[in-house]
Design a protein around this ligand. Structure first.
Ligand code: FO1
Length: 308
């Protein structure tokens, strides 16, 4: 059975850790958000893609759930001398990935090609596609002004009130090679427990993606990233409320209801099932808090069972 996952951020990577325990990696395609990409020290950093690669390669920093385990920060310390801001923590080994990616892009490779080379070097067996090879940047409009995503998320620690979110470049962005085909030909699509606004939103906004999700013969499931009105981690609940969405599993069902068959919700939200079914989406209750590998595996099994 072929599975295609829409992914962005830490929750998605943790879910994928469970999925590759219960299915062959060769049958898995991951379509990643690239709206969080940013340039630091002249290097192209792709956090959502790198977090998937590092997690599936088993080298992710286990506490942070991003970056590499056992990192050193000698370059960061040294580069301050030249006046660079260093609020975005780039470790020395992580920088090797960004040097390699930047070199490939400068030599004319697409983001898809660079991603394939990096994924192969880390030996992850699945197919990892950026949603687009074109420039796409999530912009967060806040009461303190217009912020680039990492400025909002890391530098200002998501403390600003969100007024709006937009995806610069999305109108000109084409789906990357293989993206629409993966959505059309797969048996199952899973929207990972990622932020519906800034991690899944950019993926859905790329031309043809939402239509492909509506048209696919695949069964489409999502895992709610909101449990009892809150996220496990990250600003999705506050962002959804700020944008007039209901910050709950029902709000997630409403956000995806035009293409979604099943929403997997946490046991704490079992009472929301009727409201979710009223949105035309089947609700399946499971333990969605992923503390360790066993829980990640169990959640992946529950999601696959929900779409059998
Ligand atoms: N997140 C932070 O909260 N602080 C950081 O300093 C930070 C550095 C970083 C470096 C590389 C990378 O791949 C991810 C990094 N992240 C950091 C996480 C990143 O901001 C988020 O994973 C995504 O952009 C949103 O999920």
């Amino acid at each position: 059975m072929d599975v295609t996952v829409l992914a962005g951020g830490v929750g998605a990577a943790r879910f994928l850790e469970g999925l590759v325990q219960v299915m062959p990696a060769e049958r898995l395609t991951v379509i990643s958000n690239v709206g969080d990409d940013e340039e630091f020290f002249g290097l192209h950093v792709s956090p959502d893609i790198d977090t998937v690669i590092y997690t599936l390669a088993g080298v992710i920093d286990p506490e942070r759930a991003w970056g590499l385990a056992g990192e050193s920060y000698a370059l960061l310390d040294a580069i301050r001398r030249f006046g660079y801001e260093t609020w975005f923590t780039l470790g020395d080994r992580d920088l090797a990935t960004h040097v390699f990616r930047t070199q490939l892009l400068r030599d004319g490779a697409t983001i898809s090609e660079a991603t394939r080379h990096i994924a192969e070097a880390f030996g992850i067996g699945c197919t990892l596609l950026p949603v687009t090879d074109d420039r796409l940047r999530t912009i967060v409009e806040t009461d303190a002004g217009v912020l680039a995503f990492q400025e909002y998320f890391v530098k200002r620690r998501t403390e600003d009130d969100v007024r709006g979110v937009r995806f610069a470049g999305v109108d000109a962005a084409a789906p990357a090679p293989g993206v629409l085909d993966a959505l059309a030909s797969t048996d199952v699509v899973i929207v990972a427990p990622s932020n519906p606004v800034v991690s899944i939103g950019p993926i859905l906004a790329v031309r043809g993606v939402r239509a492909a999700l509506r048209a696919t013969g695949a069964r489409v499931a999502a895992v709610s990233p909101i449990i009892a009105g809150k996220t496990v981690k990250g600003p999705a609940d506050r962002m959804m409320a700020a944008l007039g969405m209901v910050p709950s599993a029902v709000g997630v069902a409403e956000a995806y209801q035009d293409f979604l068959d099943v929403l997997v919700i946490d046991v704490e939200d079992a009472a929301l099932a009727p409201a979710i079914e009223a949105a035309g989406v089947r609700a399946v209750v499971a333990q969605t808090v992923m503390r360790g590998r066993p829980e990640k595996r169990a959640l992946a099994e529950a999601v696959l069972a929900a779409v059998q």
